[in-house]
Write a protein that binds this ligand. Structure first.
Ligand code: BJW
Length: 228
């Protein structure tokens, strides 16, 4: 066993205090994620969408990585073979725990994207506040959007992901419901290419039948046990 790919979703950050999307607390002020995380929603009501991400950016400053993030960072630092952590999460808890071999396929809360000049840059403030929404590169106001992959948009680094999936020996999926593609299909790609597949979740996901091994319980307990 040499090459490992780990896919993470909102469930790995739940014990840090960040709400998942489709759980009982998965609504933001009555909105489903499918209603705010789309280019159409942003075109219709940019203020609402900016407030959704502003609130999550503020919340991110109040939480810490948990034992599952720490265990994966340890795996990253100690594993001698290839390893790639693909997170669907837009939080920065993996990197704050020390993970290095990591990519954010759905973007990052702490990144802004200017629609006027197309540049991307670190972002920590509010975007809903028009006076604060100034691109640090071109200087225009009101053109910075969250650097987040919404429904209908192409997730980041798909070529690198496909390449890693095609030659991994072990694929682990942690804390994701398997409701959103293309990430939900990664287990089938890895399995087709010969990998052993493991699911770690509170309960069986929508794709649970595609996994060779299933471990059910809180990520903060199950991930350290699996890494050990
Ligand atoms: C715990 C726990 C604990 C709780 N311990 N576990 C095929 C069929 C039909 C539709 C499509 C299709 N292919 C594409 C689509 C369209 C669409 C899609 O998938 N729609 C579905 C609703 C069907 N996909 C897209 O539009 C994507 N783009 C795309 O496909 O481009 C074209 C393309 C084609 C071919 C190749 C490549 C590309 C883009 C998707 C963008 C998703 N964006 C969001 C929001 C933005 C980020 C943000 O705001 O944060 O990303 S949606 C939201 O869902 C977010 C998440 O990353 C994503 C996944 O959610 P996740 O992480 O699984 O969270 P939950 O809440 O669903 O589940 C949490 C899990 O944790 C649960 O299972 C709990 O049990 C568990 N859990 N506590 C362990 N303590």
């Amino acid at each position: 066993m040499r090459n490992i790919v780990v896919l993470t979703g909102a469930g790995i950050s739940a014990e840090s205090g960040l709400a998942t999307f489709r759980g009982p607390d998965g609504l933001w002020e009555g909105h489903r994620v499918e209603d705010v995380a789309t280019p159409e929603a942003f075109a219709r009501d940019p203020g609402l969408v900016q407030q959704f991400y502003d609130a999550r950016r503020v919340r991110l400053g109040e939480v810490e990585p948990n034992a599952a993030h720490v265990a994966l960072a340890r795996l990253d630092s100690e594993w001698p073979g290839e390893l790639l952590i693909i997170t669907q999460n837009v939080d920065d808890l993996h990197e704050r725990a020390g993970a290095k071999r990591l990519l954010h396929m759905h973007g990052e809360l702490a990144s802004g994207w200017c629609l006027a000049c197309s540049s991307r840059f670190p972002w920590s403030g509010s975007m809903a506040d028009g006076a604060g929404n100034q691109c640090p590169r071109c200087g225009l106001f009101g053109q910075v959007r969250p650097d987040i992959v919404w429904f209908g948009e192409m997730p980041y680094e798909m070529d690198r992901i496909e390449e890693a999936l095609s030659h991994c020996d072990l694929f682990a999926s942690i804390g994701t419901s398997g409701a959103v593609y293309p990430a939900a299909g990664f287990v089938q790609t890895a399995r087709y290419c010969g990998a052993h597949t493991v699911e770690i979740n509170l309960e069986p996901s929508q794709g649970s039948l595609f996994f060779d091994e299933r471990r059910y319980g809180p990520a903060g307990e199950e991930v350290p046990k699996w890494v050990d």
